[in-house]
Structures are given as structure tokens and as C-alpha cells.
Write a protein that binds this ligand. Structure first.
Ligand code: HEM
Length: 487
């Protein structure tokens, strides 16, 4: 370095003397293979792109802090919640689901709400959305869902026909479809939306007792959304409206905040619950399971480098910490495989060593080698257990209480257990004002676009079962005579 400015070198540290003209034999070429700077520069460029996330490809990230404001140690021994006032650093990534890496932000779509808490007992990743429910309750259908929200294999266009054919064939999707088509379907920005863990998780306390819980993050900025027409105008001017909003809010010191609350259900309540409390297409009513405030999440620092920190971030629902565990929710169980698997493909087997993903407490996991192992690889420490040296001992004090399970192994159809897909979307519809209902009808009709009439009729049929006024409103917006709808 001379004059405080960094001078160009190659990857091996040798000075690069020429970065304007390739080396040729004479003025008119040909180019020489011995121009090794050209070879290195081009070879690196050829490999700059990495696979994008299969879904949630377009996103924005920021660092922040979580502060405990209320004691919940009676439910969980998780160190992040161990005392009021405790602060834990975190990284958040918000995203749309269907759009590719270059897609516009202001689309009608669910938003991802992924959090990585760097707790002192390991990273806790809560990989949620801005909605408390989801389209599916069986993970075997997740690739199909993604195929329909992505592009048609022939036209390479988004296809309302496939999308709605699939959604309307799964009546349990109606709850999520209703939220997505509602006036809340296009958040104004990531700051103006709530976040939800969505699944049922478990808490385990210091006495090794389990309760079931759900996580809710309520925005302190207030909910603010765009209409279809407003979103069109926004996209016309800026495809990165949410990235811009988040980045400059934080740069300007307007740090966005969310209040975290939990709902708690005992194992006994779950066993006697009128519907499956592990069904991701349903909420737990707040009247029955009131919100208990826990703390405040604040985002206060932008990443320095988008690729290093946001693109290479890897959130995984399998990353839990002592005091927080899984549940029998089939969707959650299905996700426990998919994320790490996708990240081993997208970023490599050592993605946990990338700084944004790396635990900030000491860790000692005894996996070695693999592509891009760039730390000391545990040096000369032995790599087997049991051994005579006390190395790599498991920690039984952290085992969870046994979970009673029963039942014959089979591909059980959730519909035989519970076929009430309509009560909750119906209640949601009735919570909406007349204006909001009208927006729901219009948004649905526009989103269904050129989907075939039989698909539209099927959707109206589903809506009618949730509430006759819902079905009637959608039918009218679609210009379909209700007499054509078989109930
Ligand atoms: C991203 C799979 C359901 C929220 C992803 C990724 C995969 C995946 C493979 C890309 C991961 C990566 O490359 O880093 C699945 C499967 C599901 C499922 C198999 C169901 C069986 C859900 C649900 C939610 C959710 C129910 C929310 C409650 C997210 C979020 C991201 C994501 C927020 C983006 C994380 C980030 O910002 O990096 N999902 N997903 N997913 N998923 Fe899911």
C-alpha cells in the first residue's frame, strides 16, 4: 500500500502491472495464454454467480438486537430469554417468495421474515413469514407449491392458471389465500408488516417441562400496505422499493422495531384441543391463548457487503437452542431436512463458517474437511468418540423430556383427521370491514386473471363454504353467475 491507497495485486499477492490491455503478439494479436492476470480475472468472473435460493430469492438483510422486556423463564430455559434486559445480537432477512433474485419487491406475495439470533448457547434461527398460517399442512406438497408460483415450463411466464388450479384444489390453502389476496397482501415495506414463527414450536423450562408455543412479532411502525394500483406505480419507478426503504431507514437512524409475544399451550390443552394444534393452516385463537409479551427486536445496522452477508446468509429451522424445540407439525418436520440440504448445495458443506452464519459462542462440532474449510479444521485434535481423552463428549443435561407418540405408521391423510378448512377463513373474512372485503374481491379477481373458468368456479365454491358473502363477492368480481357454482 502506497499513499494509503491499495494497489492492485493478483490473488497470490503479486503486483498487477497491466489491467487495460490483454497481452498479444503484436498490435493485432493473437492473445497469449501467458497473460495470467487475464486468466485469473476471467476465471473468477465466470464463477461469480452462485445458485439463488429456490424460493425467497429476493431479499434484504440487516443486523439488530433483541432485548428481553418480560420474564418467561417459567416456560423456557433458553438463554436468550434468561433475564429481563438481556440483549442478544441478530441478523434478519426479509424476502418475497416467488420472485427471482432480480424480481420487483412490491409484489402481491407472502414476505419471508427470517431471524438468526446469535445466542450464547448457539444460533437460534426462526425462519418465519409475515403471515401466521401457510398454504399447506403436508411438506410433500411443497415442491408442487413452488412449481405453481414460479414460471410455466413452456412459456416461462407466471401462470395464474396453474397457480389457482393448485391452490383451489387444496381447500386447506383458503386461509392463506385469503390473507394473500386481502388488503394486507402487498406490504408497503418490510418495516410495516408483522412477523410470525407460524409453526407450533416447543419451550422447555429448567425443570425439563414442555409447553407448546407460537411466536408473534408485531411491527411498531404500524401496518401499512399498497393497493394493486399503488404497487404498480411503485414498481414502475423502483423495483427495489423494500430494499431501499429498509436500507435508508437504518442509515438515517430510524431503526425499525417489533414487539415479540408468544402464545403458550400446555401439553394437556393440546391433547384435548378441538382441532390439530400442529396444523400450519390454522391459528390458535388469541382469546384462548393470549399473547404474552417477551421483548423487543430492533434493526440498527446495515450489512457492509450484500453478497457476503445477505446472499450468503443461511437460515435453518433446524437451528434451535436449549429451551426451544420442535413440534409434531409435519411442515416443520419437513423443513428440518430441506434448508440445510439446500444450503449445502447453494453455499457448500461449510456454510456455517461464513461469518454471517457463524455462531458467536464457542462451538466444537467435530465435522472436518469439506470444500471451503478455511479455519484451522480442529488442527491435530483427534476425530473420534468414544476416546480416552474426554474429547467431544455429548451433553446429556440438554436432552429434552420424552415426547409421547403413538399410532401406526402409514401415509395418513390429514383430511380424514380434520376437514374443516373453512371456519378460520370465514372468521377472518368477517373481521374485515366492508372496504377490506371489497379489496379482497377485487384483488382475487385480478390475481386469477386468465385462469380457466372451472378453476374460478372451484374457488368461488370454497369461498362460499367459508362465508356466503365471501363467495358471492368473489363471483361478482369475476363476473361469474353463482348458479354455475356447485356448492
Ligand atoms: C427459504 C424450503 C415452508 C419461510 C426456503 C428455502 C428452502 C425452503 C429450500 C431456501 C433455503 C436456502 O437456500 O437458504 C421449505 C420447505 C417448506 C417450507 C420444504 C415446507 C415443507 C416454509 C414456511 C415458512 C418458510 C412454512 C414460514 C413460516 C422461509 C423463508 C425463507 C425460506 C423466510 C428465506 C430464508 C432466507 O431469508 O434466507 N424454504 N420451506 N418456508 N423459507 Fe421455506
Amino acid at each position: 500500500m502506497k499513499d494509503g491507497k491499495k494497489k492492485l495485486t493478483n490473488n497470490a499477492g503479486a503486483p498487477v502491472s497491466e489491467n487495460q490491455n490483454v497481452m498479444t503478439a503484436g498490435h493485432r494479436g493473437p492473445q497469449l495464454l501467458q497473460d495470467v492476470w487475464y486468466l485469473e480475472k476471467m476465471a473468477h468472473f465466470d464463477r461469480e454467480v452462485i445458485p439463488e435460493r429456490r424460493m425467497h430469492a429476493k431479499g434484504s438483510g440487516a443486523y439488530g438486537t433483541f432485548t428481553v422486556t418480560n420474564d418467561i423463564t417459567q416456560y423456557t430455559r433458553a438463554s436468550i430469554f434468561s433475564e429481563v434486559g438481556k440483549k442478544t445480537e441478530l441478523f434478519a432477512r426479509f424476502s418475497t417468495v416467488a420472485g427471482e433474485r432480480g424480481a420487483a419487491d412490491a409484489e402481491r406475495d407472502i414476505r419471508g421474515f427470517a431471524l438468526k439470533f446469535y445466542t450464547d448457547e448457539g444460533n437460534w434461527d426462526l425462519v418465519g413469514n409475515n403471515t401466521p398460517v401457510f398454504f399447506l399442512r403436508d411438506p410433500l406438497k411443497f415442491p408442487d407449491l413452488n412449481h405453481v408460483v414460479h414460471r410455466d415450463p413452456r412459456t416461462n411466464l407466471r401462470s395464474p392458471a396453474s397457480n389457482w388450479d393448485f391452490w383451489t384444489s387444496l381447500p386447506e390453502a383458503l386461509h392463506q389465500v385469503t390473507i394473500t389476496m386481502s388488503d394486507r397482501g402487498i406490504p408497503f415495506s418490510f418495516r410495516h408488516m408483522n412477523g410470525y414463527g407460524s409453526h407450533t414450536y416447543s419451550f422447555i423450562n429448567a425443570d425439563n417441562e414442555r409447553v407448546w408455543c407460537k411466536f408473534h412479532f408485531k411491527t411498531e411502525q404500524g401496518i401499512k400496505c399498497l393497493t394493486d394500483a399503488e404497487a404498480e406505480a411503485v414498481i414502475g419507478k423502483c423495483r427495489e422499493s423494500n430494499q431501499r426503504d429498509l436500507y435508508y431507514s437504518i442509515e438515517d437512524g430510524k431503526f425499525p422495531r417489533w414487539t415479540l409475544s408468544v402464545q403458550i399451550m400446555t401439553e394437556e390443552q393440546a391433547a384435548n384441543h378441538p382441532y390439530n394444534p400442529f396444523d400450519l393452516t390454522k391459528v390458535w385463537y388469541k382469546n384462548d391463548y393470549p399473547l404474552i409479551e417477551v421483548g423487543v427486536l430492533e434493526l440498527n445496522k446495515n450489512p457492509e457487503n450484500y453478497f457476503a452477508e445477505v446472499e450468503q446468509s443461511a437460515f435453518n429451522p433446524a437451528n434451535v437452542v436449549p429451551g426451544i424445540g420442535f413440534s409434531p407439525d409435519k411442515m416443520l418436520q419437513g423443513r428440518l431436512f430441506s434448508y440445510g440440504d439446500a444450503q449445502r448445495y447453494r453455499l457448500g458443506v461449510n456454510h456455517h463458517l461464513i461469518p454471517v452464519n457463524k455462531a458467536r459462542c464457542p462451538f466444537h462440532s467435530y465435522h472436518r474437511d469439506g470444500q471451503m474449510r478455511v479455519d484451522g479444521n480442529y488442527g491435530s485434535t483427534i476425530g473420534y468418540e468414544p476416546n480416552s481423552y474426554g474429547e467431544w463428549q455429548e451433553q446429556p443435561d440438554y436432552s429434552e423430556p420424552p415426547l409421547e407418540l403413538s399410532g401406526a405408521a402409514a401415509h395418513w391423510d390429514a383430511r380424514e383427521d380434520d376437514s374443516d378448512y373453512y371456519t378460520q377463513p370465514g372468521k377472518l373474512f368477517n373481521l374485515m370491514s366492508k372496504e377490506q372485503q371489497k379489496a379482497l374481491f377485487g384483488n382475487t379477481a385480478r390475481a386469477m386473471g386468465d385462469a380457466p373458468e372451472m378453476v374460478k368456479i372451484r374457488h368461488i365454491g370454497n369461498c362460499l363454504k367459508a362465508d356466503p358473502a365471501y363467495g358471492e363477492g368473489v363471483a361478482k368480481a369475476l363476473g361469474i353467475d353463482l348458479r354455475n357454482v356447485t356448492k
